[in-house]
Write a protein that binds this ligand. Structure first.
Ligand SMILES: NC(=O)C1=CN([C@@H]2O[C@H](COP(=O)(O)OP(=O)(O)OC[C@H]3O[C@@H](n4cnc5c(N)ncnc54)[C@H](OP(=O)(O)O)[C@@H]3O)[C@@H](O)[C@H]2O)[C@@H](O)CC1
Ligand SMILES: [K+]
Length: 507
């Protein structure tokens, strides 16, 4: 799914009117109907909860007025509140005129703000994608009032006050919505942690914007949902052999952190790798042999950490990092690996910390390497903290362009950056996965997919992120989010990959 900017959303709106020969009021009606269906499914008219619909002067407010009329027709008893405005939009004015006589509509004044008890439902249709500056005056006062109330707040398209694809100044007022019901495509603002308190739980409803416009729109950001992933994982050919799926090498583990290497190894095996060899410090050798008998273990001559790089000839891909430690000798192994490898690399955890601490190593990074930092590791890699989440995304784009690599920034919407700077926001996963070892599982899975000769680097990375999150979602259904441990993810990898495998075309 593409993520359009606010300006592109306006263009998509115009293109749809042209392509379908409809008026903007008709498209607004479509959006309002989609919203009302969403609400009606969750809140029946007979619930009798007080409902207040707050409308701004533009088309977001127009949506609010159309929503009010449709809900009124469906048996709800909403009250409408409009902001005083010199020049409301044409579709606002039209829908204002269309309000039935029996539907109360008030202009908002400081002294006439309604009481909003906990039972009340607020529909926030003040501002959407057309917001152009911070809220002031009556709008600011109203948003403060909404945020102080205990009512349930549902935002139309955007929580009012939030910009679609740029940061607003830190002291800006923004509606804290419990739900944001948006149209057609997700907005960048929904995917960033700093906006979570405003956006709440979000959903996008189709309103059938012009598919040709969307198809041709150049974008920097994608949302990776099921549709986007389908078709990327080919079915296994009956005559395929171990070589097709590659022989992977994993360099991982140190005393006290052999578990990380075991988790990564098991995930790699379940990710479908042909063969797996694990370089482990001697202390990990018997553990690996027992815990993952399908993997071959190569014991290092050092007891506690990895000090030797094996001959790289047999391998289709190399993963390094989980539980590795940051000993000087291990750092030298990483340096040699970066110098010598001719196959794809997956770098995680301490491998990234070593890169961050030794910038000369970064210069050796082979093109198309795949790095999987969490925000703190990423900060160490780039050497300075981000001002905010938008700045972090810019840092990410700059980093991958500079190093010609793929970088996975782990978080609620784990973000893959491709070497050209395009960002892909993953949709799967849950907070239960914020637990030790979850990243090691991801590294193992990505290693398996990078060793699979049938997959492009981009497809391998996208599939890995998506399948990892989906395995987490399936595991959490059984364990609950709090009870989820990283090892639970592993047994869901196989079934999830099976689900994502492209079936034969139907007859
Ligand atoms: N695109 C689509 O596909 C579809 C879009 N639809 C809906 O349209 C919405 C976008 O509508 P929109 O463009 O009219 O913008 P909107 O957010 O209502 O605000 C603009 C108005 O507010 C004003 N204003 C701005 N900031 C302000 C401030 N801080 N304080 C005070 N005023 C401020 C601004 O004035 P100006 O900046 O011109 O001075 C202008 O008057 C979109 O979110 C969705 O809900 C659906 O109906 C159908 C499909
Ligand atoms: K809104």
């Amino acid at each position: 799914m593409k993520i359009l900017t606010a300006a592109q959303t306006r263009q998509a709106d115009a293109a749809t009117l042209l392509a379908e020969g409809i008026t903007s009021a008709e498209l607004m009606e479509r959006a309002a109907t989609a919203f009302c269906h969403w609400l009606q499914k969750r809140l029946p008219a007979h619930s009798q909860r007080p409902m207040h619909i707050f409308c701004g002067p533009g088309n977001n407010g127009g949506d609010g007025l159309a929503i009010a009329r449709q809900l009124h027709e469906a048996g709800y008893q909403p009250q409408v509140w409009t902001l005083p405005a010199a020049q409301p939009s044409a579709d606002f004015t039209l829908n204002r005129q269309r309000l039935p006589a029996g539907l109360p509509c008030h202009e908002i004044q400081p002294e006439t703000l309604p009481q909003l008890p906990a039972r009340a439902v607020v529909v926030d249709a003040l501002f959407g994608t057309g917001l152009s500056r911070p809220l002031t005056g009556a709008a600011a006062m109203l948003v403060k009032h909404l945020n102080q109330s205990e009512a349930t707040v549902v935002a139309v398209d955007m929580p009012s006050g939030l910009l679609t694809d740029a940061p607003q100044s830190p002291d800006s007022l923004v509606v804290r919505a419990h739900y944001t019901v948006s149209f057609e495509l997700p907005k960048l603002a929904f995917l960033l942690p700093q906006n979570a308190e405003f956006v709440g739980q979000w959903e996008v409803l189709p309103i059938h914007l012009d598919p040709t416009f969307i198809h041709n729109a150049p974008v920097d950001n994608y949302f990776v949902n099921d549709n986007f992933i389908r078709g990327r994982l080919p079915a296994r050919n009956k005559f395929s052999h171990k070589g097709t799926f590659g022989h992977a090498l994993l360099l991982a583990g140190s005393r006290g952190k052999i578990g990380a290497s075991v988790l990564a190894a098991k995930a790699c095996l379940r990710g479908g790798v042909g063969l797996l060899t694990v370089r482990t410090p001697a202390v990990g050798y018997p553990i690996m042999q027992v815990a993952a008998p399908e993997a071959m273990a190569l014991a290092d001559s050092a007891t506690d950490f990895v000090t030797e790089l094996p001959d790289l000839k047999p391998y289709a891909a190399v993963g390094i990092g989980p539980g590795l430690g940051q000993e000087h000798a291990t750092c030298e192994v990483l340096r040699q690996l970066l110098r010598k490898t001719k196959v794809p690399l997956v770098l995680d955890a301490d491998a990234l910390n070593l890169l961050g601490a030794n910038p000369s190593l970064l210069k050796l990074l082979p093109r198309e390497s795949l790095l999987t930092p969490h925000p703190k590791e990423f900060e160490r890699l780039v050497g300075k903290p981000a001002r905010d989440d938008y700045h972090r995304l810019e840092q990410l784009r700059t980093f991958v362009r500079e190093h010609g690599c793929y970088c996975v920034l782990k978080g609620a919407y784990t973000t893959l950056a491709a070497p050209d700077g395009t960002l892909y926001f993953n949709s799967t996963g849950n907070p239960g996965m914020a637990t030790g070892g979850s990243g090691d599982v991801l590294t193992g899975l990505l290693l398996a997919l990078r060793a699979d000769k049938r997959l492009s680097p981009l497809d391998a990375a996208l599939l890995g992120l998506y399948a990892h999150g989906r395995a987490g979602d399936q595991a959490a259904q059984q364990t609950g989010e709090a009870g989820l441990v990283a090892g639970d993810l592993i047994r869901f990898i196989g079934p999830v990959l099976q689900e994502l495998t492209t079936p034969l075309p139907g007859l």
